[in-house]
Design a protein. Structure first.
Length: 359
């Protein structure tokens, strides 16, 4: 299986001419009955060997974490040790030198990146706790938030170095997540334990999610035909921004309280339609997927209110499943009808609706 990033690399290496790469993309688009730009291609597996190496790497990382934890010192006597995270991070970087930099294996690269960032985060967190003393954090939520912020900042810096070395597309999203963690921890520390803290954190999460969304759109707008690695980077950023945007919206609407009135359910459906139009315009499905659980809950509540108690779950799943399948089948045509009325300046920043436009 070859991705657009592979074609991009082949063109850069001179193994394939730009015209041949474009012709291959057009052939695949015509064969699939839709524009390649609308398919959201990203590479997760190059073969079963990716799964094999991923499992082996996970086992090895688990082993070195166990060994590092046994070295000590440990938080609370039997908690995590800084050496556990340090050993994991060092091992993940070393393995990435071969499986990511040389072999360009997709799934192992993702696993090793997550292990590296998580290892650095754990090392920084445990080191700070041991250095400051565990008693410092007893009933001190501000201190806990500041330590989390500092640890996330260290992880963000380390992830940036990983990006500079290996250029794994998901790395930018992971770095953005650590920055979001820094911001949320600093906000929690500044606000303190007040009754409005939960709502403040939800609004902050929404704002940060919108910031990540804008960053994703910046990457997307630089590759409107989705032929380079930049599109893969944007895909992972959209996948991160979607829950950061969707969860605060529906939480602030009160949908996470365990029940929904007819009015709230209708508002949820209206918001989902708006998210769907946005997803069509930017040609990304992550927003629709992230909001699925909330929409299912809203539909279940609606059907229950109208007396369909026994079949409410089945009816909700039927409506959502049928709607999404129809949207997927006619995605390209529906998307063109959404994009064409938009201003020309905005269209110039969105993914193309026709490959000939990009050419």
């Amino acid at each position: 299986m070859y991705s657009d990033s592979d074609l991009e690399a082949a063109v850069a290496a001179g193994a394939l001419s730009p015209e041949s790469a474009s012709a291959l993309r057009d052939y695949v688009a015509n064969r699939s009955g839709g524009a390649v730009v609308d398919e959201e291609h990203f590479r997760l597996l190059t073969g079963f060997n990716d799964i094999f190496v991923g499992i082996a790497a996970a086992i090895l990382l688990f082993a070195v974490a166990w060994i590092g934890n046994a070295v000590g010192p440990n938080i609370g006597g039997d908690g995590p040790s800084p050496f556990a995270g340090l050993f994991v991070a060092a091992t993940a970087w070393g393995l990435a030198e071969f499986f990511t930099r040389k072999r360009r294996m997709a799934l192992p690269s993702i696993i090793l990146l997550l292990a590296f960032t998580g290892g650095v985060l754990l090392t920084a967190l445990t080191t700070l706790v041991l250095a400051l003393g565990e008693s410092t954090f007893e009933d001190n939520e501000r201190a806990i938030a500041l330590v989390i912020a500092a640890s996330a900042a260290v992880a963000a810096g380390a992830t940036w170095l990983h990006w500079r070395r290996f250029r794994v597309p998901i790395t930018v999203a992971v770095a953005a997540l650590t920055v979001v963690g820094v911001a949320m921890a600093l906000i929690a520390s500044a606000v303190g334990d007040v009754p409005a803290l939960e709502n403040i954190m939800l609004v902050s999460g929404l704002v940060l999610g919108l910031c990540v969304f804008l960053l994703a759109m910046w990457w997307d707008s630089s590759d409107r035909a989705r032929e380079t690695r930049r599109s893969d980077v944007a895909f992972w950023l959209h996948l991160l921004s979607a829950p950061l945007i969707v969860h605060p919206i529906f939480s602030l609407l009160g949908l996470t309280d365990g029940d929904a009135t007819i009015g709230e359910a209708l508002i949820v459906l209206a918001v989902y339609v708006l998210l769907g139009i946005t997803a069509l315009a930017i040609d990304r499905r992550a927003l629709l997927v992230s909001a699925l659980a909330y929409v299912l809950f809203a539909l279940i509540s609606l059907f229950r209110e109208f007396g369909a108690v026994e079949l409410n779950i089945a009816l909700a799943a039927f409506v959502i499943g049928s709607g999404l399948l129809l949207l997927s089948a006619f995605w390209h045509g529906v998307r063109r009808s959404v994009v064409r009325p938009l201003p020309a300046g905005l269209q110039a920043r969105l993914p193309v609706t026709d490959r000939t436009v990009a050419a």
